[in-house]
Design a protein around this ligand. Structure first.
Ligand SMILES: [Zn+2]
Length: 230
């Protein structure tokens, strides 16, 4: 009984399914998805830039703290005329180290400013790319939805029949059908003929025992379609 109903369902659904596939392949849908992806990519890049800027600000704070320590150290370094030679040497070494630290800090400061500048310059471009692509997406999305609406209207009677039939089919069997349909395995229910499935695989050894009399059903181990005996 269930098999008969689901096959009836499948026959009506076939035309709707093929038009849905055509709609999916349509320019409207391809462009709609393309622009959505572009817009999302721009958004991802914006988020990444934001994080980079945050990390650079942290580096800047660290640099300021380091510089404060270095400058305090510098204040304590002095050579008076009463200093002994060893003290003079030690102080000179420390002054040398101080100068190196300042140079390193200067380099780090330049790096931070350069990176922040690049990020800042990139922001407006990314924001406009995100907006433009999203606008394009919306344009094609509207066209796609319009076509989708036309399809629903065209198949209005069929859809009503399908809904009525669905109510007569066991939910688990219908779920199986729906899942296979979503995976583009149409027809989800296929006749078992010559020991093979329509996906091309021979299933005689695995399923032969389960598929003997009319109405018997079994799942193909390769494509998961439901095979039935006519
Ligand atoms: Zn198969």
């Amino acid at each position: 009984m269930d098999l008969k109903k689901i096959l009836e369902y499948q026959t009506i659904d076939r035309r709707l399914y093929s038009e849905e596939v055509l709609l999916e392949k349509s320019t409207e849908n391809q462009k709609r998805e393309y622009y959505l992806k572009q817009s999302r990519d721009a958004h991802k890049q914006l988020t990444a830039s934001d994080k980079d800027a945050e990390a650079l600000f942290k580096d800047a704070v660290k640099l300021i703290n380091d510089l404060e320590k270095v400058s305090k150290k510098r204040e304590s370094l002095s050579v008076s005329k009463f200093s002994q030679d060893s003290q003079v040497n030690a102080t000179q070494k420390e002054l040398q180290a101080y100068s190196e630290e300042v140079q390193t800090a200067d380099k780090e400061c330049k790096r931070i400013l350069k990176s922040l500048d690049e990020i800042e310059k990139g922001f407006p471009q990314l924001i406009s790319r995100r907006a433009q692509n999203f606008k394009e997406h919306q344009k094609f999305d509207e066209e796609f939805k319009k076509k989708q609406g036309e399809l629903t209207l065209k198949f209005k009677q069929d859809i009503e029949k399908l809904n009525a039939l669905k109510a007569e089919i066991k939910p688990e069997l219908f779920e199986k059908y729906k899942k296979l349909r979503e995976q583009k395995k149409f027809p989800p229910f296929a006749p078992y003929e010559n020991g093979s499935c329509i996906c091309g695989i021979e299933v005689k050894i695995e399923l032969g025992g389960k598929l003997n009399t009319a109405g018997d059903m079994a799942e193909c181990p390769s494509c998961y379609r439901i095979l039935f005996v006519k």
